[in-house]
Design a binder for this molecule. Structure first.
Ligand SMILES: Nc1nc2c(ncn2[C@@H]2O[C@H](COP(=O)(O)OP(=O)(O)OP(=O)(O)O)[C@@H](O)[C@H]2O)c(=O)[nH]1
Ligand SMILES: [Mg+2]
Length: 292
Protein backbone atom coordinates (compact mmCIF):
# COMPACT_ATOMS: atom_id res chain seq x y z
CA UNK A 1 0.00 0.00 0.00
CA UNK A 2 1.17 3.51 -0.79
CA UNK A 3 0.25 6.13 1.75
CA UNK A 4 1.45 9.44 3.02
CA UNK A 5 0.89 13.03 3.97
CA UNK A 6 0.82 16.02 1.65
CA UNK A 7 0.76 19.58 3.03
CA UNK A 8 -0.58 22.52 1.05
CA UNK A 9 1.76 25.42 1.64
CA UNK A 10 1.24 28.90 0.29
CA UNK A 11 0.30 32.49 0.92
CA UNK A 12 -3.20 33.29 2.19
CA UNK A 13 -5.99 33.32 -0.41
CA UNK A 14 -4.19 31.37 -3.16
CA UNK A 15 -6.86 28.63 -3.04
CA UNK A 16 -5.41 25.89 -0.81
CA UNK A 17 -8.71 25.04 0.85
CA UNK A 18 -10.54 25.27 -2.48
CA UNK A 19 -8.07 22.74 -3.89
CA UNK A 20 -8.65 20.31 -1.02
CA UNK A 21 -12.41 20.58 -1.47
CA UNK A 22 -12.12 20.09 -5.23
CA UNK A 23 -10.00 16.95 -4.85
CA UNK A 24 -12.33 15.49 -2.23
CA UNK A 25 -15.38 16.55 -4.23
CA UNK A 26 -16.96 17.85 -1.06
CA UNK A 27 -16.54 20.74 1.31
CA UNK A 28 -14.06 19.87 4.02
CA UNK A 29 -12.62 23.32 4.58
CA UNK A 30 -14.31 26.68 4.44
CA UNK A 31 -13.34 29.08 1.67
CA UNK A 32 -13.60 32.85 1.27
CA UNK A 33 -12.18 35.74 -0.69
CA UNK A 34 -10.68 37.17 2.55
CA UNK A 35 -7.13 36.32 3.60
CA UNK A 36 -6.52 34.07 6.62
CA UNK A 37 -9.68 32.08 6.22
CA UNK A 38 -8.14 28.81 7.44
CA UNK A 39 -7.03 28.89 11.07
CA UNK A 40 -6.48 25.22 11.93
CA UNK A 41 -4.74 22.31 10.31
CA UNK A 42 -7.45 20.36 8.50
CA UNK A 43 -7.00 16.70 7.63
CA UNK A 44 -8.64 15.45 4.43
CA UNK A 45 -8.27 11.85 3.22
CA UNK A 46 -8.21 10.72 -0.38
CA UNK A 47 -8.58 6.95 -0.80
CA UNK A 48 -8.01 4.71 -3.78
CA UNK A 49 -7.21 1.13 -4.75
CA UNK A 50 -4.01 0.39 -2.80
CA UNK A 51 -3.29 3.96 -1.76
CA UNK A 52 -4.23 6.68 0.68
CA UNK A 53 -3.22 10.31 0.41
CA UNK A 54 -3.76 12.53 3.43
CA UNK A 55 -3.98 16.19 2.55
CA UNK A 56 -3.19 18.73 5.24
CA UNK A 57 -4.81 22.09 4.61
CA UNK A 58 -3.04 24.73 6.64
CA UNK A 59 -3.24 28.49 7.21
CA UNK A 60 -1.56 30.73 4.68
CA UNK A 61 1.99 31.77 5.49
CA UNK A 62 2.22 35.55 6.01
CA UNK A 63 3.86 38.18 8.18
CA UNK A 64 1.88 38.02 11.46
CA UNK A 65 0.54 41.15 13.15
CA UNK A 66 -0.89 39.65 16.32
CA UNK A 67 -0.68 36.49 18.42
CA UNK A 68 -3.36 34.75 16.35
CA UNK A 69 -1.35 35.42 13.18
CA UNK A 70 1.77 34.06 14.86
CA UNK A 71 -0.06 30.89 15.77
CA UNK A 72 -1.49 30.49 12.28
CA UNK A 73 1.96 30.74 10.76
CA UNK A 74 3.38 28.35 13.35
CA UNK A 75 0.62 25.83 12.58
CA UNK A 76 1.52 26.09 8.91
CA UNK A 77 5.30 26.02 9.10
CA UNK A 78 5.32 23.37 11.85
CA UNK A 79 3.47 21.03 9.49
CA UNK A 80 5.95 21.32 6.62
CA UNK A 81 8.61 19.11 8.17
CA UNK A 82 6.15 16.34 9.04
CA UNK A 83 4.99 15.36 5.56
CA UNK A 84 6.11 13.19 2.65
CA UNK A 85 5.38 15.78 -0.01
CA UNK A 86 4.65 19.50 -0.23
CA UNK A 87 2.47 21.31 -2.70
CA UNK A 88 3.45 24.93 -3.02
CA UNK A 89 0.12 26.44 -4.03
CA UNK A 90 0.42 29.80 -5.79
CA UNK A 91 -2.04 32.16 -7.46
CA UNK A 92 -1.13 32.21 -11.15
CA UNK A 93 -3.20 35.32 -11.72
CA UNK A 94 -0.54 37.23 -9.75
CA UNK A 95 3.20 37.56 -10.14
CA UNK A 96 5.47 36.07 -7.48
CA UNK A 97 6.54 38.59 -4.85
CA UNK A 98 8.38 38.82 -1.55
CA UNK A 99 5.62 36.95 0.27
CA UNK A 100 6.19 33.99 -1.99
CA UNK A 101 9.91 33.97 -1.27
CA UNK A 102 9.13 33.95 2.44
CA UNK A 103 6.96 30.87 1.96
CA UNK A 104 9.71 29.02 0.12
CA UNK A 105 12.24 29.76 2.87
CA UNK A 106 10.22 27.49 5.15
CA UNK A 107 10.50 24.41 2.93
CA UNK A 108 12.67 21.74 4.57
CA UNK A 109 15.63 20.91 2.32
CA UNK A 110 14.92 17.18 2.23
CA UNK A 111 11.19 17.36 1.30
CA UNK A 112 10.04 17.16 -2.34
CA UNK A 113 7.92 20.10 -3.42
CA UNK A 114 5.51 20.27 -6.36
CA UNK A 115 4.47 23.66 -7.69
CA UNK A 116 0.69 23.93 -8.00
CA UNK A 117 -0.09 27.01 -10.08
CA UNK A 118 -3.72 27.57 -9.13
CA UNK A 119 -6.36 29.89 -10.67
CA UNK A 120 -5.11 28.92 -14.11
CA UNK A 121 -8.62 29.75 -15.33
CA UNK A 122 -7.87 33.45 -14.75
CA UNK A 123 -4.78 33.47 -16.99
CA UNK A 124 -4.97 33.56 -20.82
CA UNK A 125 -3.75 30.24 -22.29
CA UNK A 126 -0.78 31.81 -24.06
CA UNK A 127 0.53 33.30 -20.79
CA UNK A 128 0.28 30.24 -18.57
CA UNK A 129 3.71 28.87 -19.53
CA UNK A 130 5.53 32.13 -18.79
CA UNK A 131 3.66 32.58 -15.52
CA UNK A 132 4.60 29.06 -14.41
CA UNK A 133 8.23 29.77 -15.27
CA UNK A 134 8.26 32.93 -13.19
CA UNK A 135 7.31 30.85 -10.15
CA UNK A 136 9.47 27.85 -11.05
CA UNK A 137 12.65 29.81 -10.35
CA UNK A 138 11.70 30.20 -6.66
CA UNK A 139 12.69 26.67 -5.67
CA UNK A 140 14.04 23.41 -7.17
CA UNK A 141 10.55 21.93 -7.59
CA UNK A 142 10.17 18.23 -8.40
CA UNK A 143 7.33 19.08 -10.80
CA UNK A 144 5.05 21.93 -11.81
CA UNK A 145 1.33 21.88 -12.63
CA UNK A 146 -0.98 24.65 -13.76
CA UNK A 147 -4.33 23.85 -12.15
CA UNK A 148 -7.70 25.31 -11.32
CA UNK A 149 -9.51 24.33 -8.16
CA UNK A 150 -12.51 26.11 -9.62
CA UNK A 151 -12.81 24.24 -12.93
CA UNK A 152 -10.93 21.06 -11.97
CA UNK A 153 -8.34 21.60 -14.67
CA UNK A 154 -5.08 19.70 -14.03
CA UNK A 155 -6.19 18.18 -10.73
CA UNK A 156 -6.12 14.56 -11.89
CA UNK A 157 -2.54 14.89 -13.07
CA UNK A 158 -1.41 16.59 -9.86
CA UNK A 159 -2.93 13.75 -7.86
CA UNK A 160 -1.46 10.99 -10.03
CA UNK A 161 2.04 12.42 -9.97
CA UNK A 162 1.82 13.03 -6.22
CA UNK A 163 0.97 9.38 -5.63
CA UNK A 164 4.35 8.49 -7.11
CA UNK A 165 6.03 10.45 -4.29
CA UNK A 166 4.27 8.60 -1.49
CA UNK A 167 6.16 5.86 0.35
CA UNK A 168 4.92 2.38 1.19
CA UNK A 169 2.87 2.70 4.34
CA UNK A 170 -0.23 1.67 6.27
CA UNK A 171 -3.77 3.00 5.86
CA UNK A 172 -3.57 5.81 8.39
CA UNK A 173 -7.34 6.29 8.44
CA UNK A 174 -10.17 3.76 8.03
CA UNK A 175 -11.63 3.56 4.53
CA UNK A 176 -14.37 6.13 4.06
CA UNK A 177 -12.85 8.66 6.47
CA UNK A 178 -13.04 12.08 4.86
CA UNK A 179 -11.82 14.29 7.67
CA UNK A 180 -11.13 14.08 11.39
CA UNK A 181 -12.98 17.24 12.36
CA UNK A 182 -15.50 16.96 15.16
CA UNK A 183 -19.05 18.09 14.29
CA UNK A 184 -18.82 21.06 16.63
CA UNK A 185 -15.80 22.33 14.68
CA UNK A 186 -17.63 21.94 11.37
CA UNK A 187 -20.55 23.93 12.76
CA UNK A 188 -18.31 26.71 14.11
CA UNK A 189 -16.45 26.94 10.82
CA UNK A 190 -19.65 27.11 8.76
CA UNK A 191 -20.90 29.97 10.91
CA UNK A 192 -17.57 31.78 10.49
CA UNK A 193 -17.72 31.21 6.75
CA UNK A 194 -21.14 32.87 6.50
CA UNK A 195 -19.76 35.83 8.46
CA UNK A 196 -16.76 36.01 6.11
CA UNK A 197 -19.13 36.08 3.15
CA UNK A 198 -21.53 38.64 4.60
CA UNK A 199 -19.08 41.15 6.10
CA UNK A 200 -15.92 42.97 5.14
CA UNK A 201 -13.07 45.14 6.41
CA UNK A 202 -12.00 44.23 9.91
CA UNK A 203 -14.98 42.04 10.80
CA UNK A 204 -13.89 38.75 9.15
CA UNK A 205 -10.67 38.68 11.15
CA UNK A 206 -12.20 39.84 14.42
CA UNK A 207 -14.55 36.89 14.71
CA UNK A 208 -14.07 33.66 16.65
CA UNK A 209 -16.93 31.17 16.83
CA UNK A 210 -17.36 28.67 19.63
CA UNK A 211 -20.04 25.98 19.77
CA UNK A 212 -21.10 25.75 23.42
CA UNK A 213 -23.68 23.05 23.16
CA UNK A 214 -24.83 20.47 20.65
CA UNK A 215 -27.62 18.25 21.83
CA UNK A 216 -29.89 15.71 20.18
CA UNK A 217 -33.49 16.50 21.05
CA UNK A 218 -36.66 14.65 20.09
CA UNK A 219 -36.77 15.58 16.41
CA UNK A 220 -33.90 18.01 15.96
CA UNK A 221 -30.35 18.85 16.91
CA UNK A 222 -30.09 21.87 19.19
CA UNK A 223 -26.94 23.92 18.73
CA UNK A 224 -25.88 26.93 20.76
CA UNK A 225 -22.96 28.93 19.42
CA UNK A 226 -21.26 32.16 20.42
CA UNK A 227 -19.75 34.58 17.94
CA UNK A 228 -16.96 36.40 19.77
CA UNK A 229 -15.92 39.83 18.53
CA UNK A 230 -13.23 42.22 19.70
CA UNK A 231 -15.16 45.49 19.93
CA UNK A 232 -18.62 46.70 20.85
CA UNK A 233 -19.06 48.29 17.39
CA UNK A 234 -18.39 44.93 15.72
CA UNK A 235 -21.22 43.40 17.71
CA UNK A 236 -23.64 45.81 16.08
CA UNK A 237 -22.33 45.04 12.61
CA UNK A 238 -22.74 41.29 13.07
CA UNK A 239 -26.22 41.66 14.54
CA UNK A 240 -27.30 44.14 11.86
CA UNK A 241 -30.35 46.38 11.78
CA UNK A 242 -33.17 44.77 13.69
CA UNK A 243 -31.03 41.63 14.03
CA UNK A 244 -31.28 40.95 10.32
CA UNK A 245 -27.66 40.06 9.61
CA UNK A 246 -27.47 37.64 12.51
CA UNK A 247 -30.66 36.02 11.26
CA UNK A 248 -29.19 35.64 7.81
CA UNK A 249 -25.98 34.13 9.21
CA UNK A 250 -28.12 31.70 11.21
CA UNK A 251 -30.44 30.67 8.42
CA UNK A 252 -27.68 30.16 5.83
CA UNK A 253 -25.71 28.04 8.31
CA UNK A 254 -28.76 26.04 9.31
CA UNK A 255 -29.72 25.24 5.73
CA UNK A 256 -26.23 24.05 4.85
CA UNK A 257 -25.92 22.03 8.06
CA UNK A 258 -29.27 20.34 7.53
CA UNK A 259 -27.98 19.22 4.14
CA UNK A 260 -24.73 17.88 5.61
CA UNK A 261 -26.08 16.24 8.74
CA UNK A 262 -29.44 15.24 7.25
CA UNK A 263 -31.21 16.32 10.45
CA UNK A 264 -33.34 19.25 11.49
CA UNK A 265 -31.29 21.89 13.24
CA UNK A 266 -32.18 24.54 15.77
CA UNK A 267 -29.42 27.11 15.89
CA UNK A 268 -29.15 29.55 18.77
CA UNK A 269 -26.59 32.23 17.88
CA UNK A 270 -25.29 34.86 20.29
CA UNK A 271 -22.73 37.60 19.86
CA UNK A 272 -20.31 38.34 22.69
CA UNK A 273 -17.60 40.87 23.29
CA UNK A 274 -14.21 39.28 23.99
CA UNK A 275 -11.83 42.20 23.99
CA UNK A 276 -8.59 41.72 22.08
CA UNK A 277 -9.09 37.92 21.86
CA UNK A 278 -6.58 37.69 19.02
CA UNK A 279 -3.82 38.49 21.48
CA UNK A 280 -5.05 36.34 24.37
CA UNK A 281 -3.07 33.17 24.78
CA UNK A 282 -5.61 31.35 26.94
CA UNK A 283 -8.50 32.11 24.62
CA UNK A 284 -6.56 31.01 21.55
CA UNK A 285 -5.56 27.76 23.24
CA UNK A 286 -9.18 27.13 24.15
CA UNK A 287 -10.01 27.50 20.45
CA UNK A 288 -7.46 24.80 19.60
CA UNK A 289 -5.17 27.43 18.13
CA UNK A 290 -2.05 26.26 19.91
CA UNK A 291 0.17 26.66 16.95
CA UNK A 292 2.25 23.59 17.79
N1 LIG B 1 -10.87 31.88 -10.30
C1 LIG B 1 -10.48 31.04 -9.35
N2 LIG B 1 -10.67 31.34 -8.05
C2 LIG B 1 -10.25 30.46 -7.13
C3 LIG B 1 -9.62 29.24 -7.46
N3 LIG B 1 -9.30 28.59 -6.32
C4 LIG B 1 -9.74 29.37 -5.31
N4 LIG B 1 -10.31 30.50 -5.77
C5 LIG B 1 -10.87 31.62 -4.96
O1 LIG B 1 -9.81 32.18 -4.20
C6 LIG B 1 -10.29 32.63 -2.93
C7 LIG B 1 -9.46 32.04 -1.81
O2 LIG B 1 -9.72 30.65 -1.72
P1 LIG B 1 -9.34 29.78 -0.43
O3 LIG B 1 -9.47 28.35 -0.84
O4 LIG B 1 -10.14 30.22 0.76
O5 LIG B 1 -7.82 30.18 -0.24
P2 LIG B 1 -6.77 29.66 0.87
O6 LIG B 1 -5.45 29.56 0.19
O7 LIG B 1 -7.25 28.43 1.54
O8 LIG B 1 -6.75 30.91 1.86
P3 LIG B 1 -6.33 30.96 3.45
O9 LIG B 1 -7.12 29.92 4.17
O10 LIG B 1 -6.72 32.35 3.85
O11 LIG B 1 -4.85 30.74 3.51
C8 LIG B 1 -11.77 32.26 -2.89
O12 LIG B 1 -12.52 33.39 -3.26
C9 LIG B 1 -11.88 31.15 -3.94
O13 LIG B 1 -13.16 31.06 -4.50
C10 LIG B 1 -9.44 28.93 -8.86
O14 LIG B 1 -8.90 27.91 -9.28
N5 LIG B 1 -9.87 29.88 -9.75
MG1 LIG C 1 -7.74 28.09 3.48
Amino acid sequence: MKSGFVALAGRPNVGKSSLVNALLERKVAIVSDKVQTTRNRIVACLHGEGWQMILLDIPGIHRPRHLLGEKLVRTATGTLSQVDLLWHVVDLSRLPGKGEEAVVRNFPAQTCVLLAGNKRDLVPDEEVGARMLSYASLHPYAGAFPISALTGMGLGELREVSLGFLPEGPAYYPEGTVTDQPESFVVAELIREKILHLTRDEIPHAVAVIVDEMEERENLTYIRAVINVERESQKGIIIGQGGRRLQEIGSLTRKELEGILDRRIYLDLRVKLKKDWRNREGFLRGMGLGGD
